[in-house]
Design a protein around this ligand. Sequence first.
Ligand SMILES: Cc1cc2nc3c(=O)[nH]c(=O)nc-3n(C[C@H](O)[C@H](O)[C@H](O)COP(=O)(O)OP(=O)(O)OC[C@H]3O[C@@H](n4cnc5c(N)ncnc54)[C@H](O)[C@@H]3O)c2cc1C
Length: 397
Amino acid sequence: MAKSLIVVGAGVFGVSSALAWRRRYPDASVTLIDPKPLNDKNPDGNWIVPTSEDTGKIIRTAYASSSYTELAKEAIEMWEVEEPYLKYWRKSGWVVPEKIEAGSLNKGTDMSRERFFEVFPNALLEDDEVLKEDKSPGWVEASAALAETIQTAIREGVNYVPGEAAGLLWNVGTCIGVKLGDGTEFTADFVVLAMGCWTKDFLQQAGVTSHGVNFEVAGITVVGIQLNEREYEQYKDMPMIAIPEKGEILPPTRDGVIKTNNAISFHAPDLSSRKIPLILPDNHPYFEENIAMLARFFPGLQHAPIAFRRYCFDAFTPKQDFIISALPGYEGLHVATGGSFHGWKFLPNIGNYVADMLEGKLAADWVDKWAIGAKMSAEFIHPDIIPKRSADLTIQE
Ligand SMILES: Cc1cc2nc3c(=O)[nH]c(=O)nc-3n(C[C@H](O)[C@H](O)[C@H](O)COP(=O)(O)OP(=O)(O)OC[C@H]3O[C@@H](n4cnc5c(N)ncnc54)[C@H](O)[C@@H]3O)c2cc1C
């Protein structure tokens, strides 16, 4: 009989894991628990938006590690052909205005200034900047794609429970299930915690030693501007812009929002208080950095209203490897987290690796990188985005 599974957390790691297990074992009972309503557009200010929820995420293969490049290629093959992913995949390519060494970004081929200005009229380029174009990266409307993947999982038999896990259930030293805040209990052969930034706090609260779950919470600021219909038509087919050591600008979503990621990431405070502000103040220097990127490439859009401005956090591991592992000393209990600012693209395939881990079949190369207590990658795998400063976050009461 197929082993049953509970996954706590419906971000990319959790959703991908639940769906992969159900597809591998169509008779298995699979429960996916998360308090967020699907397609929540109005989050409570004290409940920060989960990392996987976003207008857009970048899908690309440029990594400093060939293992992750191959993993990303595998994901892209699925984005390009499989439902429900295919519908959301936008192969926009990107352009890199490059003065300094462009880190691990794929440098691509030269793009003329004339062509660049056709797409980005009046953009400000410095005399010594060159433009590199790569047509292979793409992007995805993240929240919409994730919501549809959750719906796919539900259709395929995953039991989606909108609730908040409050503790774990034990039979002597074996984890046998999860208890919700309202007292409801679920039991299964395997429990996978895919709670992103909240994973460590939850383990601590559940009385589980979490020394091996080695990540810090780090943040990025994101700002979106709202285009009108004419502006949307003008920019809808633009490539992404990847600005070395500064951030990225994504093309407009179908409802006309252009997003900037401020890639000068920061060490974030503990999230356990649940009082981390959601909204990035419009007088904060990080906000100014996001706006400066937009002003440089879209000087004609300075009037565009701000669609959102917020902090976004991820579980950042020492070398940006994921943590996909059993918890040593706690039979039945597993962790799938540590997205480290690059985990989203793996929505279609990371669950297969979580399933392999549950069955003890994970390839040795990945065990070396992802298992608790493993040696990890030798170098940062996505070095452009390592936290370099500490945020001055104002706590909202
Ligand atoms: C600004 C920003 C931009 C990024 N851009 C990219 C990109 O372009 N491309 C890319 O590949 N990656 C990108 N990333 C990284 C990627 O978004 C993350 O690695 C990934 O989303 C992490 O997913 P997760 O499932 O680990 O966490 P989350 O999405 O945070 O999911 C955790 C889930 O656990 C739930 N949860 C928490 N507590 C409980 C509880 N007690 N009970 C039940 N559920 C609970 C939460 O509600 C949440 O839904 C970016 C990250 C950031 C911050």
